[in-house]
Design a protein around this ligand. Structure first.
Ligand code: FAD
Length: 293
């Protein structure tokens, strides 16, 4: 199938892109890497009247470290994140996760802004943004909004972005020296969307978590920051405590059922991920009691 006929405008600046978005409202769609937008148009799941191509706006591209924050422009491609020494040094969770996003051909075009705006609940980057406590920066003609990643995703392919707003950049606090991370996903093949996945960032002092942000993906309509994991902070984790946290996680999740997995399989995989994450980050193989896959 081919996309319905549409008009095309190449935005010359952020100001120009915002003018186009205001003039055309929800009949317009922003084009970044096109790796999600074009398949959706070709399948006629969406038929925008105007495509606003922001691909040439240089100010939206790039990675910088400023004042204790890693700032990543919306047009920064997955491949740029994967190869960035700044990302590897200050947000190594992201470097590890990005290797699981699709395949090189898609990573060469797909962008961080596109991935976050698209808000696929099985995507790796939205979960990482919440685990890393990122701020998502969006701009409209009225001004700039800074949105905590945890408040950004509202449902399957849904965010708080309005049709008149552009995602500009993300800002991540640089990882503290004592911080550790964990990333794992279950997928049919490497590069496929996950059936269940977990991105986590933590601080471990001695054998205790003093901070733990565990975010599950592909197990709900948006990434889920596991509240049940908070039970594991500031205490010595015992198998019994981990088992409590695992049961609470099962209650907390409401996973979808589809051709890939039942809800109960996703819930089981989430518990396996929780146990692996805790056991890996604390260096305690005795805690990896989440069961087999
Ligand atoms: P586009 O396709 O250009 O845009 C996506 C959506 O976001 C559109 O609605 C667009 O209007 C909007 N948008 C884009 N940029 C902005 C902006 N700056 N401000 C406001 N709105 C904006 N992704 C994964 O996470 N994991 C995977 O395993 C994975 N596998 C894939 C496999 C295949 C075969 C394909 C085709 C894609 C896969 N993807 C996967 C998706 C890929 O990562 C996309 O690149 C990404 O989701 C969208 O980024 P993009 O730059 O291509 O955005």
């Amino acid at each position: 199938m081919k996309a319905s006929a549409f008009n095309y405008a190449r935005a010359t600046s952020v100001v120009n892109a915002l003018e186009l978005l205001v003039a055309h409202g929800d009949k317009a769609k922003v084009l970044s890497g096109g790796q999600s937008l074009m398949p959706a148009m070709n399948l006629r799941l969406i038929s925008p009247e105007l495509i606003v191509d922001i691909g040439e706006i240089a100010e939206l591209r790039g990675i910088a470290v400023r004042g204790g924050a890693l700032i990543i422009g919306a047009l920064t491609r997955h491949v740029d994140l994967l190869k960035s020494p700044e990302v590897a040094a200050h947000a190594p969770l992201l470097t590890e996760a990005i290797a699981h996003v699709a395949h090189p051909a898609i990573r060469n075009r797909g962008t961080i802004g596109g991935s976050l705006a698209h808000a696929d609940p099985a995507s790796e980057l939205p979960a990482c943004m919440i685990a890393l406590n990122a701020t998502i920066i969006v701009r409209s003609q009225i001004g700039e909004r800074r949105i905590a990643a945890g408040d950004f995703f509202t449902g399957v392919y849904e965010t708080v972005l309005s049709a008149q707003e552009l995602l500009i950049a993300v800002e991540l606090p640089v990882a503290r020296k004592s911080s550790v991370h964990f990333f794992h996903e279950f997928a049919r093949r490497h590069g496929d969307y996950a059936i269940a996945g977990l991105a986590a960032q933590a601080i471990v002092l001695g054998d205790v978590f003093t901070d733990l942000r565990m975010v599950l993906f592909a197990v709900g309509d948006r990434p889920v920051l596991a509240r049940s994991a908070e039970k594991l902070i500031d205490v010595v984790v015992t198998p019994a405590l981990l088992s409590d946290a695992s049961a609470a996680l099962g209650e907390e999740l409401d996973p979808p059922e589809d051709q890939q997995a039942s809800a109960s399989m996703r819930r089981h995989l989430a518990k396996v991920l929780l146990a692996r994450c805790v056991s890996t980050l604390l260096g305690r193989p005795d805690l990896d009691v989440g069961g087999s896959v």
